[in-house]
Design a protein around this ligand. Structure first.
Ligand code: SF4
Ligand code: SF4
Length: 485
């Protein structure tokens, strides 16, 4: 039996607060740069027990739980782990998440659960992310993901569009309630961002792979790939609504933003998505037009942008043996949206950073490929709508930088297809689908949406939190429909 709360549990807080932290076991830089395997080892069972024992079990409302977008019951999970009951401990996280192996690896914990941990005021916070990842992977490799209690089949059908984290969460939750779920995916393999967006050195592809097999084999979820809903020759939203009782749109935000500067379309200038998938995935997982190799070895690579995707591009280039890898970002280090952990790892692996700098032009060499870029230095003005200080060009500071390869990692937009083809589905001028924030319900009855196609590019855990709300609202909607309301 799993307990619900921690209020009656007694621990010796003073002794627990003195237990030394267990560092994240990163692999040596020289070793991890030679492969695309995960850049860290997980905690072993004994270390899980000791690290979890550092939690002093704060009284509710615990700051770590408040700071976690999924509100995982962290102290209770960690209490079980500290007693050596690792599977029971991760079972507590499953109640609110189901994606612990992913979140434990990719959440920027320093801004979320660990950033709020009271132990962090004295020394290193409890390493909640590493505990969550280690315990969940231990569970998968020993006993497998837990099977849900057998639900009665409802006879109702649900379509999920997009098989990234939001889509998979909705598929799992509704399948567990006895609904028949079909997931449509535009790429040739399911997994969305988890497979096509996050490199293996951050998230082993076996993790989304196992989840998808679990959904197929244990929960009877069907996956239909190579199908881009609303694109020419593919089913429309109307087609789906004729066949299914409810539809969830979890299509993310995967269209790379452009810089709109001269030379952006030169050979040698790549968009981040294309760059990452071509270098991180095998050819059979890619459409034919993306199967040519990109020569990176010995090249001077410049990545434009300061988010997590930019860090992924830097670290991928270093693993591909680029001669020099530089991040060019228009604001200062303080405004960088990338997680501190990712930025630190990129730096440790050899990336250089040019802050307060923007390229204004990409210049071709004699062979027509990009050979240099013209840049200008920036200063910071007043905060803009994002709350970060606006970068302003400083006249007379133009300079040129020699480059062999440029990667644009400057942000993403949602797929404009729905906006362009579905007049009854309300979206804003950026193409973000408008929903009721409490339920994820769109302007079309029976159609729900959640994740990056609603909020714009954000964290995996934020997409999961939005999708969880939608799954709950969809379950209630389907029940009402069943009852004939
Ligand atoms: Fe922390 Fe993310 Fe796990 Fe929440 S989901 S406990 S924020 S690692
Ligand atoms: Fe434990 Fe830190 Fe959360 Fe307190 S804030 S309950 S010490 S993990």
């Amino acid at each position: 039996m799993v307990l619900d709360d921690t209020s009656h549990l007694r621990v010796d807080r003073k002794s627990r607060a003195k237990i030394p932290a267990n560092d994240i076991p990163y692999r040596p830089v020289e070793e991890r740069l030679n492969d695309f395997e995960e850049a860290f080892h997980l905690y072993d069972l004994e270390t899980i027990k000791v690290e979890a024992s550092r939690c002093i079990m704060c009284h509710a409302p615990q700051p770590c739980v408040e700071a976690c977008p999924l509100h995982n019951n962290i102290p209770l999970g960690l209490w079980y782990m500290s007693q050596g009951e690792v599977v029971k401990g991760i079972g507590v996280f499953h109640q609110t998440s189901g994606f612990s192996e992913v979140c434990g690896r990719v959440c920027p914990q320093e801004h979320l659960c660990e950033g709020a941990c009271v132990i962090g005021k004295l020394r290193a916070p409890v390493h909640i992310g590493m505990l969550e990842a280690s315990a969940a992977t231990y569970e998968r490799k020993t006993v497998g993901y837990p099977l849900p209690p057998q639900a009665n089949t409802t006879g109702q059908k649900v379509a999920v569009v997009g098989s990234g984290p939001a889509g998979l969460l909705v598929a799992e939750r509704l399948a567990k309630l006895g609904h028949s779920v079909t997931v449509y995916e535009a790429w040739s393999h399911p997994g969305g961002l988890l497979v096509y967006g996050i490199p293996n050195f951050k998230l082993d592809k076996e993790i989304p792979g196992y989840k998808i097999r679990y959904l197929e084999e244990k929960l009877d979820v069907k996956f239909v790939c190579n199908t881009r809903i609303c694109a020419e020759g593919n089913p429309t939203l109307d087609d789906l609504l004729e066949e299914y009782d409810a539809v969830f749109l979890g299509t993310g935000a995967e269209i790379d933003a452009s810089m709109r500067v001269p030379g952006e379309d030169l050979p040698g200038v790549h968009h981040a998505t294309e760059y990452l998938v071509r270098l991180n995935l095998s050819h059979e997982m890619l459409p034919p037009d993306m199967r040519q190799n990109i020569e990176v070895e010995g090249k001077r690579v410049v990545v434009i942008g300061g988010g997590d995707t930019a860090m992924d591009c830097l670290r991928t280039s270093l693993r591909m043996k680029a001669e020099e890898v530089t991040c060019v970002y228009r604001r200062s280090e303080v405004e960088m949206p990338a997680g501190i952990k990712d930025k630190h790892l990129a730096e440790e692996e050899g990336a250089r950073f040019e802050f307060l700098t923007v390229p204004t032009k990409f210049i071709p060499g004699e062979d027509g490929r990009v050979a240099a870029m013209e840049c200008i230095r920036m200063r910071l003005g007043e905060p803009d709508s994002s709350g970060r200080r606006r970068p302003i060009p400083i006249e007379g500071t133009e300079f040129a930088m020699d480059v062999d390869l440029v990667v644009l990692a400057i942000g993403y937009w949602p797929d404009p297809l729905f906006k362009n083809t579905e007049p009854w589905l309300e979206s804003d001028k950026w193409g973000l689908i408008k929903v009721d924030p409490e339920t994820g319900e769109t302007s079309r009855e029976g159609v729900y949406a959640g994740g990056d196609n609603v909020n714009g590019p954000d964290l995996v855990v934020t997409a999961l939190a939005g999708a969880r709300k939608s799954a709950e609202a969809m379950a209630a909607y389907l029940e009402r429909k069943r009852d004939g309301d």
